[in-house]
Ligand binder design. Structure first.
Ligand SMILES: Nc1ncnc2c1ncn2[C@@H]1O[C@H](COP(=O)(O)OP(=O)(O)O)[C@@H](O)[C@H]1O
Ligand SMILES: [Mg+2]
Length: 234
């Protein structure tokens, strides 16, 4: 029993037999049927699968942007399935960073301000936010572009800015939804190498969804999403 508990503690994320029912064109559909997933602290995991199968939905559930319809969700051994929305929102802000295929940067703010804003939302002073944002952007090779607007950058640079925004808060878990989906080959590989570096240096747990096998190869573990379905939870 004690051993089992210790093993559980290493699991940062544990989903047990969840699913998500939705109305699509007035039809009830069930995504992620009996989906179970365990992710360990410090792991870098790729979840693969074709378009429309529910990858984004799964990532949104993990990141507390959405909720499962049934099943259990444990985060660091705590059952957060029934947590009230407000507490889920703080959990999301404290523990998770997100990047998406679309960079979702604010167009009229500079690269530096885009990243600093995330810290200001977390009650850091303006000055401190700018300092920390600059450090993270420089670490990601964007030190010469701090005052540029997102539209003045290449796609690869914009995605690195959105990565800076995601990691400037030093989240325990980074969720990446098709992070290379809009990038050319060279920038895709560069983005993946950067994610590997972050995982290694900061021990950030990274969960990425992708339909691109060559990007998935950078991860410790590759899980086709349908192997998680109808799965006996441990
Ligand atoms: N809120 C929603 N309402 C209705 N249908 C949705 C909603 N979210 C996702 N879907 C549908 O569920 C399916 C899976 O979506 P998604 O998780 O985005 O898949 P993937 O990321 O694998 O492409 C798609 O067919 C999508 O249209
Ligand atoms: Mg998707």
């Amino acid at each position: 029993m004690a051993l089992l508990k210790e093993i559980r503690l290493l699991e940062t994320i544990q989903l047990q037999k969840i699913n998500k029912t939705l109305l699509k064109n007035n039809q009830k559909i069930t995504l992620l049927p009996e989906c179970s997933l365990s992710v360990k602290q410090g792991e870098m995991l790729a979840i693969t699968g074709q378009s429309g199968i529910g990858k984004s939905t799964l990532l949104n559930i993990i990141g507390c942007l959405d909720e499962a319809s049934v099943g259990k969700y444990h985060l660091d051994g705590h059952d957060i399935t029934q947590l009230p929305a407000r507490q889920k929102a703080s959990l999301r802000n404290e523990q998770f960073g997100f990047i998406f295929q679309q960079y979702l940067l604010i167009r009229h703010l500079s690269v530096l301000e885009n990243v600093a804003l995330t810290l200001q939302y977390r009650n850091r002073s303006y000055q401190k936010s700018l300092e920390e944002a600059e450090n993270t952007l420089s670490e990601l090779g964007l030190g010469d572009h701090l005052q540029h607007l997102p539209g003045e950058l290449s796609g690869g640079q914009q995605q690195r800015t959105s990565l800076a925004r995601a990691i400037v808060t030093n989240p325990k878990i980074l969720l990446a939804d098709e992070p290379t989906g809009a990038l050319d080959d060279e920038n895709s590989h560069r983005m993946m190498s950067t994610l590997v570096k972050i995982n290694r240096e900061r021990n950030t747990t990274i969960i990425m969804v992708t339909h691109d096998q060559s990007m998935a190869q950078y991860c410790h573990r590759i899980t086709p999403i349908d192997t998680l379905f109808h799965h006996q939870a441990a």
